[in-house]
Design a protein around this ligand. Structure first.
Ligand code: FES
Ligand code: FES
Length: 160
């Protein structure tokens, strides 16, 4: 009996998609070119800048170096799926603190911070520095990013 080939699927922002591309295509290109979900940005393409950060099963992951074929059955969250109305405490804190300059790195910054705050409810300055050190901002918005993360951590603690 012939075995039926099963199409691999992936969940992105709670929607299921077939992996109908070469399995070595980076997740970033699957998001941007195949699905036209473009909030996640291309920076270095080498896992070095953090602009392309998304969550894979809740963990901050660089989508530019993550082959789509390894992600079958996993749940991906992009900046578009972080909260239903764009009102995650980090997104609110980003607005309140007027964080972005050109904005290019900011989706990756927020996704990295969200994954970090999910595991550290009371981060020290040093914890934030450590967690965010791999996310590069060419505009130098680091001080405002830090302020926003501290403020979001405070708000999340109040909600808990
Ligand atoms: S674009 Fe992925 S880490 Fe730079
Ligand atoms: S705001 Fe311009 S690269 Fe970060």
């Amino acid at each position: 009996m012939k075995r039926r080939k099963t199409m691999k699927t992936i969940t992105i922002n709670n929607q299921s998609f077939d992996i109908d591309v070469e399995e070595d295509m980076p997740l970033l290109w699957f998001l941007r070119d195949r699905l036209e979900i473009t909030g996640t940005k291309f920076g270095c393409g080498s896992g070095l800048c953090g602009a392309c950060t998304v969550h894979v099963d809740g963990v901050a992951t660089r989508s530019c170096i993550m082959p789509i074929g390894t992600l079958a059955g996993k749940s991906i969250t992009t900046i578009e799926g972080l909260s239903e109305n764009g009102d995650h405490p980090l997104q609110k804190a980003w607005l309140e603190n007027n964080v972005p300059q050109c904005g290019y790195c900011q989706a990756g910054q927020i996704m990295n911070a969200a994954s970090f705050l999910a595991t550290n409810k009371e981060p020290s300055d040093n914890d934030i520095d450590q967690a965010m050190q791999g996310n590069i901002c060419r505009c130098g918005t680091y001080q405002r990013i830090k302020k926003a993360i501290k403020s979001a951590a405070y708000d999340l603690a109040k909600e808990a």
